[in-house]
Design a protein around this ligand. Structure first.
Ligand SMILES: Cc1cc2nc3c(=O)[nH]c(=O)nc-3n(C[C@H](O)[C@H](O)[C@H](O)COP(=O)(O)O)c2cc1C
Length: 179
């Protein structure tokens, strides 16, 4: 049984929901997960108190949350010494075209190059379009992004593209690799 930290950043909540699902899968696999928002870390907080770490973040305007990039860069050495995995939530990952998939992988490559972290596993996770939660400007911006990616532009409803089977598969594989 391993103590596994699921550390994440999220702006509209989808990466938070993914983090919770990952924790459920880890628990079912017999591990002890702790889900922590990077901005709301308990005090004291030490990565080395855990046997393994999964970090998650989502993409806004082509980048993962700045506070996630900053934290991971600062703690890259500790993360590199632990079994670790990264998941990246984006709309690009929801785009079935080759271009969309490559874009989602490129976000991950940029994040890892910037932070100096080398996780054992990575996953690109299709996110959500939550038009009902966006203000006027965000709704407009997202409609333009949606035109290029998922194609769902009916702002009267929300869309969730996350493939929960894939999230579970990614987590199960990681869980099995732990002592
Ligand atoms: C203002 C805004 C900008 C976004 N920019 C991008 C982007 O550049 N590329 C992309 O693939 N997804 C983009 N997305 C989609 C988000 O990654 C997606 O909605 C995700 O589910 C958000 O995760 P969160 O709820 O954890 O913040 C954007 C979303 C918003 C609201």
């Amino acid at each position: 049984m391993a103590q596994v930290l699921v550390l994440y950043g999220s702006t509209e909540g989808q990466a938070a929901t993914v983090a919770e699902r990952i924790a459920d899968v880890l628990e079912t696999a017999g591990h002890e997960p702790a889900v922590v928002h990077i901005k709301h870390r308990p005090e004291p907080f030490d990565l080395t108190d855990y046997d393994a770490v999964i970090v998650g973040a989502s993409i806004h305007m082509g980048k993962h949350q700045k506070y996630v990039r900053k934290y991971v860069k600062k703690h890259a050495d500790e993360l590199n010494r632990l079994p670790s995995a990264f998941f990246s939530v984006s709309l690009a990952a929801a785009d079935d075209s080759e271009e969309g998939w490559e874009g989602a992988r490129e976000y991950v490559a940029e994040f890892l190059a910037e932070t100096g972290w080398n996780p054992d596993a990575t996953a690109v996770v299709p996110g959500a379009l939550k038009y009902s939660q966006y203000g006027t400007l965000k709704r407009f911006v997202m409609k333009q992004i949606a035109k290029r990616t998922s194609g769902d532009t009916d702002t009267a409803r929300d869309y969730e593209y996350t493939d929960w089977n894939e999230v579970e598969g990614f987590t199960s594989d990681f869980a099995e690799s732990l002592p």
